[in-house]
Design a protein around this ligand. Structure first.
Ligand SMILES: NC(=O)c1ccc[n+]([C@@H]2O[C@H](COP(=O)([O-])OP(=O)(O)OC[C@H]3O[C@@H](n4cnc5c(N)ncnc54)[C@H](O)[C@@H]3O)[C@@H](O)[C@H]2O)c1
Length: 356
């Protein structure tokens, strides 16, 4: 059985990598061993900043016996190959969202990790925010009564320079698009709270980035399996960008998270902890509304620390891949709905051709 601290290796030294590196520098449970990138100069720079080794490929990273867990931080469409290779090399894997671009790949990742007895965790760090955890717990305790609505409103801004900063950011095939990329976090929060969707109806448009052929805006309705409804508005076209809102309504209460703080917490039957819960979070913490790196690393740290503990305790990580599969299925159903201009029922009959 491995001991703490667990040795982590980062695959990909781009935008999100410093958030992982900072979390690991701050952690007593994980230790940053190395960073690898096909762009060797990027890997070298990050390694120099954080005092770890630099490699030019996943193969080199996997050849380092001190690396016990690989954090996959490559563009979305490249997650699958890296996860499979790391698992086959006996490494635990923590992969950035979305897990992969298809359910077939996600299922194969889950099966391969199980076969090689390694953990597979997903970085969807918004799940660990205190307002979301409070909503999840109160739902489980029945305090909201019957859930009626859960909606996400993400009115963000990304400049055209962001979309053009790397080829994959404007390539549907590589995993770009506001639905699968930015809004995935908030589709996931709604799914985490409400359970799976049974029907979606979506429209996708490019409102303000005509230079790239991608949706920068999603508007969708969701029928949840639990009988509730939902609305998603998600955009990177809306300057200057305002804090996202997650709104949860049940027969017996309403909770709203804005950014990372609890904005509204009102349940019919008060409990002593409600005063503290209603104060959770802070308006001064960025949550990426106005720019891609405008957020804090501490939610990542919770997920990374948990992954290290899950490895040592031989348990599932806090965000297992299987718990994210329904979010991916819902996002894929939205792409199909927008493409065909009709409501789409879940489970999906086929995922072939959705991105073509
Ligand atoms: N959790 C979050 O809040 C959050 C925020 C930003 C990005 N992300 C996710 O992180 C991942 C990376 O996004 P990013 O914005 O950092 O991208 P990025 O383009 O800034 O960085 C990706 C890096 O991966 C490298 N790379 C590409 N293919 C590789 C390969 N086969 N082997 C090794 N290195 C390779 C690139 O050279 C690049 O340096 C994406 O999955 C994205 O969805 C998550």
């Amino acid at each position: 059985m491995p001991d703490l601290p667990i040795g982590f290796g980062l695959l990909g030294a781009g935008l999100v990598a410093p958030f992982h590196a900072k979390a690991l520098s701050n952690s007593s449970k994980g230790k940053l061993i190395a960073v690898a990138d096909v762009d060797a100069e990027r890997a070298r720079k990050l390694a120099e900043e954080f005092g770890c080794k630099a490699y030019g490929s996943l193969e080199d990273l996997l050849a380092d016996p001190a690396v016990e867990c690989v954090n996959v931080l490559t563009p979305n469409a490249y997650h699958y190959d890296a996860v499979i290779a790391a698992a086959q090399a006996g490494r635990h894997v923590l992969v950035e969202k979305p897990p992969a671009m298809s359910l077939r790949e996600t299922d194969s990742m889950i099966a391969t990790c199980a076969e090689h007895a390694v953990k597979l965790g997903i970085v969807l760090q918004c799940r660990v925010r205190k307002p979301i955890q409070a909503m999840k717990q109160a739902l489980a305790e029945g305090r909201f009564g019957r859930p009626l609505m859960c909606s996400a409103h993400m009115k963000w801004f990304r400049s055209i320079e962001y979309y053009q900063s790397d080829a994959w950011r404007s390539s549907r095939k590589s995993g770009a698009g506001v639905t699968i990329q930015h809004a995935f976090h908030y589709l996931d929060l709604c799914q985490y709270l409400m359970g799976p969707a049974k029907r979606v109806l979506a429209r996708m448009e490019n409102l303000a980035h005509p230079e790239v052929s991608l949706e920068d805006t999603l508007v969708a309705t969701i029928d949840w399996e639990n009988g509730g409804m939902g609305l998603v508005e998600a955009s990177t076209a809306l300057w200057p960008g305002t804090d996202l809102r997650i709104e949860l309504n049940g027969v017996d209460g309403t909770a709203i998270m804005v950014g990372e703080r609890m904005d509204t917490w009102k349940l019919r039957e008060d409990q002593p902890q409600d005063e503290e819960i209603s104060q959770y979070g802070s308006a001064s913490v960025g949550t990426a509304a106005t720019g891609p790196a405008d957020f804090a690393f501490f939610d990542h740290q919770v997920v990374i620390d948990d992954m290290a503990a899950a490895i040592v305790e031989d348990r599932e990580p806090c965000i297992p891949a299987a718990s994210v599969r329904p979010t991916l299925e819902m996002a894929l159903a939205m792409y199909l709905s927008a493409k065909e201009g009709r409501p789409v029922d879940l489970p999906l009959e086929t995922e072939k051709g959705i991105f073509e």
